[in-house]
Each structure stands twice: as structure tokens, then as C-alpha cells.
Design a protein around this ligand. Sequence first.
Ligand code: ZN
Length: 132
Amino acid sequence: MAGERILPHLTEVNRAFWTGGREGCLLIQRCVACGRWVHPPRAACPACGGAVAAEPVSGDGTVFSFTVDHYRFNPGVPVPYVVALVELVEQQDLRLPTNIVDCDPPMVRIGMPVYAAFEPQDEVWVPVFRPM
Ligand code: ZN
């Protein structure tokens, strides 16, 4: 997706997720105690309260749900674009709100296999997904 995005505010907790693309890695927090993947980023595991650390995932996932946006909220972002919830293969319920790119919006389907790519802007590498 071309254009200027509204970027997230980076914190100690979410920095790995938003900047891992610089090294080509989608970094997701994982609980060091129970092994559960945790997203969105948090200071501790919601299941057991254990400490979390960012680890690379495969970047493979499927479209869990999506919507095609035709309204221009941000003048820098061309419409239509696809806002999707992508479920990563690492864990059922490990889902990211994201955009599906390099794909005609009418082609997007629930269950479609996708893989992570990144759109760098300033110091943030925004994770987006492309069809396999
Ligand atoms: Zn845990």
C-alpha cells in the first residue's frame, strides 16, 4: 500500500513487532514460561503472567476476516484497500490486524494463504501480507 501511514507510537513493549522487518523478521512475543504466542504486544503473558520475549515467526498465515475500505480516511492512502485479520500458522487465535497488499481487493477470500512482507516508513516496518 503506497502513501503515508499514521504510524504507531513505539514503546519498549511493541518495538520488536514494529521494527523486526528491518531484519526481515516478523517478531511476535512468546511467553518464556508456557510457550504461548502473545499478540498484540503486552508486558506479560495473558495466560500465565510469565515474561514474554520477541521471537521470529514464519510469516505464514491465512486471512481470518477482512473488509475492503473504499472511504479515504487518510488522504495519503489510495482506496480501495484491504483491512484484514490474519491468523498466523504458529497458533490458533494468533491474529494480527493488517493490510493485504499486491492483490486486487475483490480477489481476497477468507482462508486465503498469505505471507508477511514489510512496508518501511521512518523507523517503523509495517507488517503487511501478500497472497502466496
Ligand atoms: Zn504464559
